[in-house]
Write a protein that binds this ligand. Structure first.
Ligand SMILES: [Zn+2]
Length: 229
């Protein structure tokens, strides 16, 4: 272990330096491609009445948050495997994942992380409208489309347009239900290490180091009030 070679065996063991270097290398080598957007409270929230929000808001679709300054980056994601879930938390919250970002990427509460190389499945019902049907998420692959008259629309007859929205052939009924794959989107719900500065020894000099940030995110459709969509 080269990092410990300059220490006397009488010094208390510390792996801080190793941990920081290891974190950063892990994020860069094994991180997921992601888009991180910062949360901004919608200006239609009334600061004097925290629960009050304009009923029909064109800014934020009633979610109360806007997302600004999107940055593409690597994030390390844990909890995709059961073993890691039990190691990190001891219990499992459905739809959650843990994200670690480089020290300069200061993720915070209500921020949004979209995983650009991961796929998950989603299902939603949409009322009759006009083409294209703007699904909640851009569609990667469509598996099923079933109308409220219990008629299957063959997915082969449905086109996915350049924005990932669906162009349907003629159909009857008031609603249609879709099942498709999409890129998962998480909203940050908790920070495990918001402030992670530490004193470390760098080439014999005591310096301050900022550590990667780790946050817990939850799938956005589990966080948001879906009735507002
Ligand atoms: Zn708003």
């Amino acid at each position: 272990m080269p990092l410990s070679s300059r220490r006397s065996s009488l010094e208390p063991p510390t792996r801080v330096e190793f941990t920081l270097a290891e974190f950063i290398r892990t994020i860069q080598q094994h991180g997921y491609d992601a888009r991180w957007s910062k949360a901004l409270i919608c200006p239609n929230n009334d600061p004097y009445q925290p629960d009050h929000h304009r009923l029909s808001c064109d800014f934020c679709d009633q979610t109360g948050y806007l997302y600004v300054d999107p940055i593409e980056l690597k994030v390390h994601v844990t909890s995709f495997s059961t073993r890691q879930i039990f190691m990190t938390e001891g219990r499992y919250n459905p739809g959650t994942a843990y994200f670690t970002t480089l020290p300069e990427h200061k993720i915070s509460f209500w921020d949004k992380i979209e995983l650009l190389s991961a796929e998950a499945r989603f299902t939603q019902v949409m009322p009759r409208g006009t083409n294209p049907y703007k699904t909640k998420y851009p569609v990667i692959e469509l598996f099923s489309a079933l109308t409220s008259e219990n008629v299957v629309i063959d997915p082969a007859t449905i086109t996915i347009d350049g924005d990932g929205f669906l162009v349907l052939p003629a159909w009857t009924g008031d609603f249609v239900s879709f099942s498709y794959t999409y890129r998962p989107v998480y909203i940050i719900q908790d920070l495990l290490h918001q402030v992670r500065d530490s004193r470390i020894t760098d080439s014999g000099v005591d310096v301050e180091a900022t550590f990667p940030h780790q946050a817990m995110g939850r799938l956005d459709f589990l966080v948001r009030d879906e009735s507002a969509d």
